[in-house]
Design a protein. Structure first.
Length: 199
C-alpha cells in the first residue's frame, strides 16, 4: 500500500468518526456561557473575535466593560462605528488607578445592573462582560449574584465573561472555559503596550 493510499484511508476513517460524533450532538436551544480567563493576554481579544463572528450572522451584541474606564482602545473605536453593538464602558480604570474601593464597588454594581438589564431584555444574542472576573476577584460583585444574573438571562442570549482569576463556581457553571497561558510577554522585556496590538 502506498503512502498516499494509506493516508487517504486514515483520513476517510477519521472523517467517518468525526461525522458520527457531530451527528450525535444536540442543540442546547439556549445561549451559551463562555469564560475567558488566565494570566495570558488575549481574553478580551478572543471575546471580540466572537463578537465579529456574531455580527457576521447579523446578531445583536452588547458589551459592558467593568474595569477599563475611559481608556481609548482600538476595539472601542471600531465597534463605536457599528449600530449593531451597544457599548457601555462603566469602570473607572484599573484598581490601582482609582485607589478607592467604595467607588470601584459602586462602579461594578452599576455595570452589573446594566449587564443584567441587557441579558434579561431578549434584545441581544450575545453580551460580553469584559473584565467582570476582576470585579469578582476583588469582591466588588459576588459570584453568586453573577450566576443569578446568568440564570435570569433571556433564553437565547449567550454571554462571555472575561478577566483573570475566574471564580471556580463560575467555571463550573459555564459551558466553555478557556484559560490563556502566558508563555512570553514583551512587557517583561521592557516593551510598552503597542497601539493596535495591545489596545
Amino acid at each position: 500500500m502506498s503512502e498516499t493510499t494509506d493516508h487517504k484511508e486514515k483520513m476517510q476513517k477519521r472523517q467517518a468518526e468525526q461525522r458520527k460524533k457531530v451527528a450525535e450532538l444536540q442543540d442546547p436551544e439556549k445561549g451559551l456561557v463562555l469564560v475567558h480567563t488566565g494570566a495570558g493576554k488575549g481574553k478580551t481579544s478572543s471575546a471580540f473575535g466572537v463578537v465579529v463572528r456574531a455580527l457576521g450572522w447579523k446578531q445583536r451584541v452588547g458589551v459592558v466593560q467593568f474595569i477599563k474606564g475611559k481608556w481609548k482602545t482600538g476595539e472601542r473605536l471600531f465597534f463605536d462605528r457599528l449600530e449593531e453593538v451597544t457599548w457601555h464602558t462603566m469602570g473607572e480604570g484599573f484598581t490601582w488607578d482609582t485607589q478607592d474601593k467604595d467607588r470601584d464597588i459602586a462602579a461594578a454594581q452599576a455595570a452589573f445592573a446594566k449587564a443584567r438589564e441587557m441579558m434579561e431584555s431578549g434584545d441581544y444574542d450575545l453580551v460580553v462582560l469584559d473584565e467582570i472576573n476582576i470585579a469578582m476577584r476583588y469582591e466588588y460583585i459576588s459570584v453568586e449574584d453573577v450566576i443569578a444574573g446568568l440564570d435570569a438571562r433571556a433564553k437565547d442570549t449567550g454571554v462571555i465573561l472575561t478577566g483573570r482569576d475566574a471564580k471556580p463556581e463560575l467555571c463550573a457553571y459555564a459551558d466553555l472555559v478557556t484559560e490563556m497561558t502566558e508563555v512570553k510577554h514583551p512587557f517583561k522585556a521592557g516593551i510598552k503596550a503597542q497601539r493596535g496590538v495591545d489596545f
